[in-house]
Design a protein around this ligand. Structure first.
Ligand SMILES: [Zn+2]
Length: 460
C-alpha cells in the first residue's frame, strides 16, 4: 500500500535536499568553473603564478648539460631552481640559494618531460580486440593505471590517448584519480574512443553476425550519429575527438588504403567538437583521407602512411601536426606475432615500411610539424622512446626529434604555456639521461631521472 506524506514533511525534505545540493556545489567547487573545466592535469599558468614566492618548498637541480626544448644549443653545467610545481630560474649553479635541497645529477643531460602524443594504455597484447571482450572496465582501469605509471617512470610526463578500448571511459577515471592525488601518474589528455564506421578499424570485424558485442571503438554511421557521438565523448571527459577517417593496420577485415568517413561526417565531427573548443585528431593512412581530414579542419594527422606531396603541402599550409608513429610498424615488421588478429598488420608493415619512411623524410624536409607518438602504451614502456630513433633515421636531427617529443608536442596540445620546455614559469616536468642524446638518440630509451610538477618520481 502506498504511504502518503503530508505537504509539510515534503517541503522540509526539499529544503534539506536543496541545502545538501548547495553544500555539494560549494565543496566540489562546481560553481566556480567558468564553462568547460580545463583538464586538471594541466593547471593554468595563471593559477601557479599567483603563488607567493617562498610559499612553496624550493629545490634545485644541477646537471652537466641542458637541452631546453627550444632548440637552443645545449648549455653546459646548469642549475634549475624549482619552487613548488614550477621552474623559477635556469642559469649557472650560483642561482641556487644556499640551504635548499639540491639534486646533483652530475654530468647527466636534462631535458623537458617527454610527451607521447599517441598512447593506448589499455592495449597491452597483440590481440587487443579480444582483450577488450575479456576484460572488464575495472580491470582495464587497474591495468591502465599501472601502464601510465610505468610510462612516467620512463620519462613520459604527458600522454595523449587517441581513444582506447574501454566503453566506460576508464582513462578519465585514471586521470581523476591522479589529479585527485590518489596516485602518482603522468598528465593525461585525449579521447575516450576512436570513432569508426561500421566495419571500420574501431568495429569488431571477426565476430559472427548473430553476436552483438559492444565494439572497442565508437561505431557511427551518418552525420547525426556523428554529432551524437562527439557530444557523448565530450560529455564523459574527452578533450580531443579521435576519428578513424580511413581503415587501419591493426584491426581485422578493413583496409588502411580505403577512406571510411564521408566529408560530411568528418566536417560534422570537427564543427561539433569546435563548438566545445575540442580539437580533432584524424587517424588517416590513405592520401585522400588525409587530405579530406585536413580540409575539414582537424588539428593532427595520426600515422599518415600513404601521404602524397599534396597532403604534405596541405599539412604545411594549414599548420596541421603529423604524428607518424613509425616505430610500431617497424616493431611488428621485425618481430612478427602469432596473433591471428595482427597478421594483416605484420604483412602491411613489412610491405610499406621503406615507402613510409621515405614519405616521413619528405614531410620532415617540407617542414611539417611532427610529434612523437608511440602507438604503444600498455606494452613494455621501453619501446616508446624508439620512436625518436625512427624519426632520426627518417631524416630528423636528434635535436629536432627531441623537440618533436617535447615542445612541438606541447604546441599541438596547446599546453605550450605550461609544459614542453625547461624555462622559468613552466611546470617542472623534467627528465635526465646519463649520456648525450644529441650524439646517441637511443639515450632517451634509458631515462634515469624523472620529475613531474616538481615532484621527483625516479632518481638515478
Ligand atoms: Zn593508435
Amino acid at each position: 500500500m502506498k504511504r502518503h506524506r503530508g505537504p509539510g514533511i515534503g517541503r522540509r525534505r526539499t529544503v534539506r535536499a536543496l541545502v545538501a545540493l548547495w553544500l555539494f556545489i560549494v565543496v566540489a567547487g562546481v560553481g566556480t568553473r567558468p564553462g568547460r573545466a580545463a583538464p586538471a592535469s594541466a593547471p593554468t599558468p595563471a593559477a601557479a603564478a599567483t603563488a607567493a614566492p617562498g610559499s612553496a618548498v624550493s629545490k634545485g637541480i644541477l646537471c652537466g648539460r641542458l637541452i631546453d626544448g627550444r632548440g637552443n644549443a645545449p648549455r653546459g653545467r646548469t642549475a634549475i631552481l624549482i619552487e613548488g610545481e614550477r621552474i623559477m630560474k635556469v642559469g649557472p649553479p650560483d642561482i641556487l640559494p644556499k640551504g635548499i635541497d639540491v639534486i646533483d645529477l652530475g654530468d647527466a643531460t636534462v631535458l623537458p618531460g617527454l610527451i607521447d602524443m599517441h598512447s593506448h594504455p589499455f592495449q597491452s597484447t597483440d590481440s587487443y580486440q579480444v582483450d577488450h571482450l575479456r576484460w572488464s572496465s575495472a580491470y582495464k582501469a587497474l591495468k591502465g593505471l599501472k601502464a601510465v605509471q610505468d610510462n612516467l617512470q620512463h620519462g613520459w610526463t604527458t600522454l595523449r590517448i587517441p581513444g582506447d578500448d574501454d566503453m566506460f571511459y576508464a582513462q578519465f577515471d585514471i586521470r581523476k584519480a591522479i589529479d585527485g592525488g590518489l596516485f602518482v601518474g603522468p598528465r593525461l589528455t585525449g579521447a575516450g574512443h576512436y570513432i569508426s564506421i561500421t566495419g571500420g578499424g574501431g568495429d569488431m570485424n571477426f565476430i559472427a553476425p548473430e553476436q552483438h558485442p559492444i565494439a572497442d571503438g565508437l561505431v557511427v554511421d551518418g552525420v547525426e550519429e556523428m554529432r551524437k557521438a562527439v557530444r557523448q565523448e565530450i560529455k564523459y571527459g574527452s578533450d580531443w575527438i579521435k576519428l578513424l577517417v580511413t581503415g587501419a593496420f591493426m584491426s581485422v577485415g578493413d583496409n588502411p588504403g580505403d577512406v571510411h568517413f564521408s566529408m560530411e561526417e568528418i566536417k560534422m565531427a570537427v564543427d561539433e567538437a569546435a563548438r566545445h573548443r575540442v580539437p580533432v585528431m584524424a587517424h588517416a593512412h590513405a592520401a585522400e583521407g588525409i587530405k579530406m581530414a585536413i580540409r575539414a579542419g582537424v588539428r593532427t594527422i595520426e600515422h599518415g602512411t600513404f601521404m602524397d606531396k599534396e597532403a604534405i603541402d596541405l599539412m604545411v599550409q594549414k599548420g596541421v601536426y603529423l604524428v607518424p608513429t613509425m616505430y610500431v610498424g617497424e616493431y611488428y615488421a621485425d618481430q612478427g606475432t602469432d596473433s591471428p588478429e595482427m597478421q594483416k598488420n605484420v604483412e602491411l608493415s613489412r610491405k610499406f615500411r621503406g615507402e613510409f619512411e621515405r614519405r616521413v623524410g619528405e614531410a620532415i624536409k617540407a617542414g611539417v610539424k611532427i610529434c612523437v607518438g608511440s602507438d604503444f602504451g600498455g606494452f613494455p614502456p621501453e619501446l616508446n622512446a624508439h620512436e625518436f630513433a625512427s624519426l632520426v633515421h627518417a631524416g630528423m636531427t636528434p635535436m629536432q626529434a627531441i623537440q618533436a617529443g617535447t615542445r612541438v608536442a606541447s604546441e599541438a596540445l596547446r599546453w605550450d604555456d605550461r609544459i614542453g620546455t625547461v624555462e622559468p614559469g613552466k611546470l617542472a616536468d623534467i627528465v635526465a639521461v646519463r649520456g648525450d642524446p644529441l650524439k646517441d638518440i637511443t639515450e632517451l630509451q634509458r631515462v634515469t631521472f624523472v620529475m613531474i610538477g616538481g615532484k621527483v618520481v625516479k632518481r638515478p
